[in-house]
Design a protein around this ligand. Structure first.
Ligand SMILES: Nc1ncnc2c1ncn2[C@@H]1O[C@H](COP(=O)(O)OP(=O)(O)O)[C@@H](O)[C@H]1O
Ligand SMILES: [Mg+2]
Length: 228
C-alpha cells in the first residue's frame, strides 16, 4: 500500500549540533485522518515537519538518514516546487507566511509560482477564502488583521495549492479559543475531503479531534491512546 506520507528510519542531526534530533523515526500517514504529534518544546517537532516538507535537506543542512516518502517518492529527490504541490505547512507565526499588501495576493502567491492559469487561480482564491470563512477580507491588508485572522489567511494561502498533506505546526498556539476552534473545524473539513492532516501541538487540548496521537520524545515517536 502506498501512503500519502511514509517516514522510514528517519534520523537527522543539524550540521552544527552534536547529537541526533530525530533518531530512527517511522510513521505512516493516511488520507482522511488527522494525525496529531505532540512533545516537549525542543523535542524536534518542527524539525520533523521540515523533513516532511523537504526544507531539510533542501534548505537546512545536516546529516540525514532514512527516507521521507510522499506517495512513495523520496522528498530528497523531489524539487521543492514538486513537494509544494503535495504537501503544505502552516507555521505558528502567520507573519512568516504573509508578505503581500493584499490578502488575495498572498493566497495567489503559491499557485502563481507554479504557473497555474489566472482563471484557476481566481477559483482557488474564492475557494480558499470560503474554506477559512475569510471572504470579506479578500482585499484587506494582512497587516491590519488580527492574529487569528492572519492565521486563517496563512491557512488559505496553503489551501490554494490544494495539497494532499497539510501540516499545522503549532498553528493554534497563538490563537484565542474562538480562532483555535475555527482552525480545528477547518482541519475537520480537510479530513472529510480526503486530506491527510498533521496537527503538531504542545497543548493536548487542541488535539481532541485527532484520529491518532504520537508523542515525540528523545528523538523517537510513540503512539498513544487518544483518551489515555
Ligand atoms: N535551523 C536549526 N539549526 C540548528 N539547530 C536547530 C535548528 N532548528 C532547531 N534546532 C534545534 O533542534 C532542536 C529541536 O528543535 P525544534 O525542531 O524546533 O523542536 P520543537 O518544534 O519540538 O520545539 C532544538 O534543540 C533546536 O535548538
Ligand atoms: Mg516547533
Amino acid at each position: 500500500m502506498i501512503y500519502p506520507l511514509e517516514i522510514k528510519n528517519l534520523s537527522f542531526k543539524y550540521a552544527q549540533e552534536g547529537k541526533n534530533i530525530l533518531n530512527g523515526l517511522n510513521l505512516k500517514i493516511s488520507s482522511s485522518e488527522i494525525t496529531a504529534i505532540t512533545g516537549p518544546s525542543g523535542s524536534g517537532k518542527s524539525t520533523l515537519c521540515y523533513c516532511i516538507m523537504g526544507i531539510i535537506p533542501h534548505i537546512y543542512q545536516g546529516v540525514l538518514e532514512g527516507d521521507v516518502l510522499i506517495y512513495g517518492r523520496p522528498v530528497s529527490k523531489m524539487k521543492v516546487s514538486e513537494i509544494a504541490v503535495s504537501a503544505g505547512i502552516i507555521f505558528q507565526d502567520p507573519d512568516t507566511q504573509l508578505f503581500s499588501p493584499a490578502v488575495e495576493d498572498d493566497i495567489a502567491f503559491g499557485p502563481e509560482n507554479l504557473c497555474i492559469d489566472r482563471k484557476e487561480i481566481d477559483r482557488r482564491i474564492v475557494e480558499s477564502l470560503e474554506m477559512t470563512g475569510m471572504q470579506k477580507h479578500r482585499f484587506s491588508d494582512p497587516d491590519r488583521l488580527s492574529g487569528g485572522e492572519k492565521q486563517l489567511i496563512a491557512i488559505a494561502s496553503v489551501l490554494s495549492l490544494n495539497p494532499d498533506i497539510i501540516i499545522f505546526d503549532e498553528a493554534m498556539s497563538q490563537l484565542d479559543e474562538k480562532s483555535a476552534a475555527r482552525v480545528r473545524s477547518i482541519m475537520g473539513g480537510l479530513k472529510k475531503s480526503g486530506k491527510a492532516v498533521i496537527a503538531v501541538e504542545n497543548e493536548l487540548k487542541n488535539l481532541k479531534m485527532a484520529d491518532c496521537l504520537y508523542v515525540l520524545e528523545n528523538g523517537v515517536l510513540h503512539e498513544e491512546e487518544i483518551n489515555g
